[in-house]
Design a protein around this ligand. Sequence first.
Ligand SMILES: *Cc1c(COP(=O)(O)O)cnc(C)c1O
Length: 432
Amino acid sequence: MRDADPRRRVPRTDVLLADPRLAAAADRLGRDRVKAAIVAAQARARAGEITPDRVRDAAVAALPAATPAAVLNATGVVLHTNLGRAPLSAAAVAAVAAAAGHTDVELDLATGRRARRGRDALAALAAAVPDAGGVHVVNNGAAALVLAATALAAGREIVVSRGELVEIGDGFRLPDLLASTGARLREVGTTNRTSLADYADAVGPDTGFVLKVHPSNFVVTGFTSAVGVDRLATLGVPVVADIGSGLLAPDPLLPAEPDAASTLRAGAHLVTASGDKLLGGPQAGLLLGDADLVDRLRRHPLARALRVDKLTLAALAATLHGPDTPTRAALHADPAALRRRTEHLRDRLAADGCKAEVVPTAAVVGGGGAPGVELDSWALALPERYAGLLRVGDPPVLGRVARGRLLLDLRCVPAAADDALRAAVLAVPAED
Ligand SMILES: *Cc1c(COP(=O)(O)O)cnc(C)c1O
């Protein structure tokens, strides 16, 4: 006889654990956490909050969300710091997965002897920038600068223009970072103008190096002057150039963005850069330059504390060997093709009763470089109320709000994700 009380019909734990969604979650999260979600859902059914047939879905909904969550970047900001800067290429993702187990990261399989850690990534970096006599990789751009300052200027002076003492974001400032190494900053010139004579007056026996910092997140216009690396190289002391973005060679699309090869050719002794900006790779700090300087950095005790892990090395090697990165693809996307893609999405949404417009817009490189550069782009315009709802959707979609509308720029959205984007937009409940 069937029990009349529906609360008695709550599905059993073993039955629920056999549900394909919950079984898959147990592989990912472990059995205990999935069981906890099941127990919570069963309790809600027994309390009469939900009907017994809803217990499965409630348990799935109660599973802890994956963190960090993968999101769609429809902001039109190619390198968005809050969204993890550069996404890895498929080749880099595969390399990370392959390197996750035991690897030959510090072993030569042919001889069975210890080998230089990450030699594949280092060789690829050296091959990409033949002007560099030596290369080294640390955790990020800031770590590259800290290592250079510690190894080459601790207890001595770093000569730097007042116009280049920048804040890199989230309250972190280069001058504080450099001072933390025990080097003294010798500021020269003014905010808007610095001359070669300003540097020459400051250079002396106490100079560790002259530092040139690329203003990668702002522009100064008007009555300005700065001294290029080529002229700094005539001062007779080492010149360290922080180029920021990690471009290894010039990109015609970004003529004002310095690259490692040109900066070394201009006379810099050492170049520092980030791996996850315009290079489009993993978070890393690249050091390229004179072989003996790079060797000093590599052998400094601090280098061990700034060492990158095998996953980063694998991703960096694959990025350097591999096809165009998603960052480069987004940067160089053809506006006409973006427009067609956006119109196609609009038409498919319209077929499902969702009205959107296609409007011209401007994308930007973002905090990773090329301030002031605007890239012609196209966006899907939706009512502003979509912004918050899409942000908490599945997948979360991030756009840009402008003049009361939400703009979704497909430039940084992989074309393969257009269906997911469409589904996320259609999942937003209609206004009532
Ligand atoms: C981004 C940047 C840094 C910091 O690099 P991280 O990889 O974020 O540590 C330093 N200097 C410049 C000029 C930059 O653009």
